[in-house]
Design a protein around this ligand. Structure first.
Ligand SMILES: Nc1ncnc2c1ncn2[C@@H]1O[C@H](COP(=O)(O)OP(=O)(O)O)[C@@H](O)[C@H]1O
Ligand SMILES: [Mg+2]
Length: 386
């Protein structure tokens, strides 16, 4: 039904592209629901009206807006079926926000009828690798809509005049295309506004961006993501009714991630407990990367990876943003004895001698000796090598 409102809305404003895009979308939907006859009829109507009505530059309703200077597309369509992805792991509170947003987006027409429709937009914020882009794909897939990504830094980097044009092109596209529009690197817009050295002209650009956002109306679904929420001012925050904080996953979510991502590799419950602790400060993306490497290792070595392999991969996952949060980073470059000692100092119960043996790939006796030796030296001369 939503489509019908949009088609009528487009027709009343003489917005042919909008009418056509939503009619094509409705035809696809009807076909999926089994009504091939209506779908065929709509498509026939589209084909027949194609030539007479439309000026030549509007020939491709799905043509992406491009930057006037660089000729690069301002937005990019995401192929939602391109890859198989592991399940998303969020806390209950986070799922509540996502699900509420989804249900509002799905039932906007009813809300509109009762005068209860507000902007349908969601701001996701959190460090890199916390799942913002992943969630954008999830939301578009759940709504059965195409996902288009606009990188705001790209939109803004060019001349002021073209920036204003770009913004208009972007919102025009969103207004007449059934889609989820994902504004990635959203802080790029806030940076401009906060920079006091910039000209008033630049501020106007930002304000026009915000006005465009306001003018879109509840039928357009907008997602925005930022790694730097502290850069967004209150005027920008207020535009987003739904807000989702993503962060470094706490132990219970890490446990679920390891469990989901490592399947079907067989790591036991005790192994998982160690992985959960060792991955403190890791992002969801880091945990997925470790898991991916272990899956790959199984294929190349034809052997199921063990805990010691996982430990090595965990230790050498690349240095990146957020790595100072990882407790494992503090052990980087240490001698294995010092590592064994540090782990025991951290949690003697979890890092039992048996666990350490497993983790380091040595016998229990050796693991015991290592910590013993460390124990003797504690408080004495540092034994670690770099
Ligand atoms: N909470 C999570 N649950 C499941 N997978 C996650 C989660 N966070 C990150 N990932 C994985 O890490 C990958 C990269 O995350 P991404 O969404 O690109 O992060 P961001 O956009 O926040 O930088 C995702 O494709 C996903 O597979
Ligand atoms: Mg991203």
């Amino acid at each position: 039904m939503n489509e019908l409102f949009r088609i009528v809305g487009g027709a009343l404003r003489l917005d042919i592209d909008k009418v056509r895009n939503y009619t094509a979308f409705l035809a696809d939907k009807l076909e999926k629901e089994g009504d091939a006859v209506s779908a065929g009829r709509l498509r026939k109507m589209l084909n027949e009206s194609d030539h007479e009505l439309r000026p030549s530059e509007a020939r491709f309703p799905h043509a992406l807006p491009i930057d006037g200077e660089s000729r690069f597309p301002l937005i990019e369509r995401v192929n939602l079926r391109a890859h198989h992805e592991p399940p998303i792991v969020l806390s209950q509170d986070q799922w509540d926000v996502v699900n509420e947003f989804l249900s509002v987006a799905k039932s906007y027409a009813q809300l509109d009828e009762q005068g209860a429709a507000g902007p349908t937009n969601l701001l996701m914020y959190g460090p890199p690798g916390s799942g913002k882009s992943r969630l954008a794909r999830h939301i578009a897939a759940e709504l059965g809509l195409d996902l288009y990504i606009a990188r705001l830094d790209g939109l803004i980097s060019s001349f002021l005049g073209s920036t204003a044009k770009n913004i208009r092109a972007l919102f025009d596209f969103a207004a007449r295309t059934p889609c989820v529009l994902f504004l990635d690197e959203f802080d790029a817009i806030a940076k401009l506004r906060g920079d006091t050295q910039e000209l008033g002209e630049l501020k106007r650009v930002v304000n026009s961006f915000i006005q465009n956002l306001d003018a879109l109306g509840p039928q357009s679904i907008i997602l925005a993501a930022t790694n730097h929420e502290e850069l967004l001012d209150s005027a920008v925050w207020r535009r987003f009714v739904y807000r989702l904080a993503l962060g470094y996953p706490p132990p219970d979510l890490r446990r679920q991630m390891w469990n989901d991502f490592l399947r079907p590799l067989d790591f036991g419950d005790r192994d998982l407990e160690l992985l959960v602790d060792l991955s403190e400060g890791f992002s969801g993306s880091d945990i997925q990367e470790v898991s991916r490497r272990l899956h790959r290792r199984r294929i190349t070595t034809q052997q199921a990876p063990e805990l010691k392999d996982a430990f090595l991969v965990l230790q050498n996952i690349g240095i990146g943003e957020g790595q100072e949060r990882r407790f494992l980073s503090a052990l980087r470059g240490m001698h294995v004895d010092a590592i064994a000692r540090a782990l025991r100092d951290r949690n003697e119960k979890l890092y039992s001698h048996a666990a350490l043996a497993h983790l380091l790939g040595v016998s229990k006796a050796t693991a015991y000796r290592r910590t013993l030796k460390g124990g003797k030296q504690r408080g004495g001369k540092e034994h670690s090598k770099t």
